[in-house]
Design a protein around this ligand. Structure first.
Ligand code: HDE
Length: 714
């Protein structure tokens, strides 16, 4: 045993040499005894490259704990080991109680159509004005490590770092919510999260407790229609709409107030997966959305959204058949058109997922002068909840000092101290007012009546606030009209998806009375929907539930349907091209070029990735066939020699590649050589199964007319 326990013994050196996985990696520092061989310690004495502990002490050996002899126990005095393990033990912070799994990115917001007549919000005053933004997209129900593609609502939270302070628009990809009053939120969330006794299912609403809640709380039904529609299985975070959900208030320089609802419209259009795809993607790539967002931004394909507003006043609101303070109701775009005021571009990935995406703290209470709240009882509850939750997640009232949360405009006040204070406020005066400056006069900072935030005085003309009541406004009792509006605004195909999704979810519900109660509610939404679901479950239709308010028929709204407003573009879409031994490289290059020219991405798939012999050279694939199922692409193409295709008929992954693409109504572009594989996969000719040369003309749009041939929908 060496006299100095801190020295690595020769035996240890050998062990390191044999077993260190990081050997040769300059970032992986090994013990002193090993320095020469592995290049893993600092060359020279440059202090900026020396590994230190958190208190600045240089570390000599980051591989071996301090022991009493080579084979002896570890010594308590090893402060380097203890600090490292101590910090590691506390690396996790509580995950968000909802929206735990998220993906974030930085970007910029630009005002494109100023609206000073509507609001004095600093960022909406001048065309071309910009501010940095941070966006976090999320699923709601699953834990931080759950998959990206469950059927779920997606969070769409935007932090705009304006010069008037941070404005957080913390919305979802669905314009309405399940409940009307914040007091029901814990119940809703408990019901949808994994069941309390068994700890499953993870990230899914297809279970008894959620549908029990739905059946007992008919106000959920409008949002349930959205959640059972294709909106809840988005193709990409880049292809979702975002909504502020609540009615907010705009206030202009003259002090005039109007209601406003916020919308984010994706420049790439709205696009969804099919349910079967979403399930398969969960296995093939649990990080499908996160990867897609990261890769698009890294590759310079910056996703963009236009910020739209629907503006209306109290008098108009008073005449509607629904209450604009009710978050389970929307205002059809056909009734109040969406006016575009700005554009958001996400152009930078986070540098550190934890520091930014995990530690970002959104607060619906973060608004700026020119914007105010409405009395929506759901919004009012949120104004408390988010601030409160940050203390539990981030552990300190000083969470606003974390760089991702700090405003990018100056901020100063008399708040002091607290856990993890990272600022060093100077001076004697920590109270306001004070006169401790040299002249003995007023010393700032002081409130500014001229520029400071003032609340809109009369936030609801229909409410004088003199009574304390635990009740809801009258029109909140209409739970069905807008659920019906949503369902009837869908294409036949989309209606079939909704009916099938409800059948799927209720089939996972084991309590029969829960299913029956939901059916009784669906009868008030739409009789045909209720019938289809009952048939899908092989159940009798129960009597319709008693409705507190008789539903009315509203004019259908095309803006509620994804398929009616689908964009037939290749931009942002991904095409998988299958090739194998002997494939024609020139044909592959041509197709790839065409796809890229149209703004899409071509992804080469082959049985082996390392480079295979093709006609015209060797070609490397981007992904191996078994690891790149066709669910990962918007359309597929295949360029194969007949003998290679014949060989692939014995490969399940190859046959499934075509079978799935066909079942998911995708374009399949193929050469003649592929035919034998198409036959094996039961791919029948239709307008979406085309020769390679026609691919660009047909594009990546889905061929929904095919769906009845491949799926038995409810
Ligand atoms: Fe949230 N919600 N929420 N929510 N919410 C949270 O805040 C809450 C609601 C939304 O990426 C939590 O920081 C209550 C509606 C998003 O960090 C928590 C109510 C909408 C995110 C919370 C609602 C949302 C959250 C958990 C009913 C759409 C993720 C962690 C009154 C307009 C933000 C956190 C992110 C997160 C409470 C309803 C959107 C617990 C009490 C309606 C996008 O504070």
């Amino acid at each position: 045993m060496p006299a100095n326990g801190d020295k690595t013994s020769p035996a240890n050196e050998n062990a390191l040499h044999d077993h260190q996985p990081g050997a040769g990696n300059p970032g992986f520092s090994t013990g002193t005894g090993n320095a020469g061989e592995t290049h893993q310690t600092v060359k020279g004495d440059d202090p900026s490259t020396v590994l230190t502990d958190n208190h600045g002490h240089a570390i000599a050996d980051n591989q071996n704990s301090l022991k009493a002899g080579a084979r002896g126990p570890t010594l308590l005095e090893d402060f380097i080991l203890r600090e490292k393990i101590f910090h590691f033990d506390h690396e996790r912070i509580p995950e968000r109680i909802v929206h735990a799994r998220g993906s974030g990115a930085h970007g910029v917001f630009e005002c494109t159509n100023p609206i000073p007549e509507l609001t004095k919000a600093a960022i909406l005053q001048k065309k071309g004005d910009t501010c940095p933004v941070f966006v976090r997209f999320s699923t709601v129900a699953g834990g931080a490590g759950s998959v990206d593609t469950p059927r779920d609502v997606r969070g769409f939270a935007v932090k705009l770092y304006t010069q008037a302070g941070n404005w957080d628009l913390v919305g979802n990809n669905i314009p309405v919510f399940f409940i009307q009053d914040a007091i029901k939120f814990p119940d809703l969330v408990h019901s949808v999260k994994m069941e309390a006794d068994r700890g499953y299912p993870q990230a899914g609403s297809a279970h008894d407790t959620f549908w029990d809640f739905v059946g007992l709380m008919p106000e959920t039904l409008h949002m349930v229609m959205w959640a059972m529609s294709d909106r809840a299985i988005p193709r990409s975070l880049r292809m979702m709409e975002g909504f502020g959900v609540h009615s907010f208030r705009f206030v202009n320089e003259k002090g005039e107030g109007r209601f406003v609802k916020f919308h984010w419209k994706p420049v790439l259009g709205i696009e969804s997966t099919t349910w079967d795809e979403a399930v398969k993607i969960a296995g093939a790539d649990p990080d499908f959305h996160r990867r897609d967002l990261f890769e698009a931004i890294a590759g310079g394909d910056y996703p963009q959204w236009d910020l739209g507003i629907q503006v209306f006043d109290e008098a108009w609101a008073a005449k509607q058949p629904y209450d604009v303070l009710d978050a389970t109701k929307l205002i059809p775009e056909e009734v109040v058109p969406v006016q575009i005021v700005g554009r958001m571009t996400l152009n930078r990935n986070v540098d550190n997922f934890f520091a930014e995406t995990e530690q970002v703290a959104f607060l619906p209470s973060n608004i700026i002068p020119g914007i105010d709240f409405s009395n929506d009882p759901l919004l009012q509850g949120r104004l408390f909840s988010y601030l409160d939750t940050q203390k539990s997640r981030l552990g300190t009232t000083n969470f606003h000092q974390i760089p991702i949360n700090a405003p990018k405009c100056p901020f100063h006040n008399m708040q002091r101290d607290g856990m993890m204070q990272t600022l060093v406020p100077t001076g004697r005066a920590n109270y306001e007012p004070n006169s401790l400056n040299e002249a003995g006069e007023d010393a700032g900072p002081r409130a500014s009546p001229a520029t400071g935030f003032t609340s809109f005085a009369v936030n609801d003309e229909r409410n004088d606030g003199s009574e304390k009541l635990r009740i809801r406004p009258d029109l909140f009792a209409d739970h069905y009209s807008q659920a019906r509006l949503f369902f009837r605004s869908q294409t036949d195909n989309e209606q079939a998806h909704i009916a099938s999704a409800i059948v799927f979810e209720l089939s996972k519900v084991s309590l029969e009375h829960v299913r029956a109660r939901v059916l009784s509610r669906l009868r008030n939404v739409d009789e045909t929907l209720a019938k289809r679901v009952a048939e899908g479950l092989a159940m009798d239709l129960p009597d319709a539930a008693k409705a507190a308010k008789t539903p009315i028929d509203m004019a259908v709204s095309d803006a509620l349907s994804i398929q009616k407003q689908a964009k037939d573009i290749l931009t942002g879409r991904k095409v998988g091209i299958l090739f194998a031994d002997g494939s024609d490289k020139a044909a592959i290059d041509t197709l790839k070029g065409q796809i890229e020219k149209a703004g899409g991405t071509a992804f080469l798939v082959a049985p082996k990735v390392g480079g295979i012999k093709v006609k015209g050279g060797t070609l490397k694939a981007d992904g191996q066939l078994a690891g790149s199922p066709s669910v990962m692409f918007d359309a597929i193409a295949s360029i194969l020699m007949p003998d290679a295709a014949e060989k692939l008929t014995k490969d399940g992954a190859a046959v499934q590649w075509f079978m799935d693409a066909f079942a998911h109504c995708k374009t399949i572009a193929h050469c003649k050589g592929t035919q034998i594989l198409l036959d094996k996969a039961n791919v029948e000719p239709d307008e979406g199964v085309v020769p390679i040369e026609s691919f660009i003309k047909v594009g990546t749009k889905r061929h929904w007319a095919r769906e009845p041939k491949v799926r038995d929908l409810a």
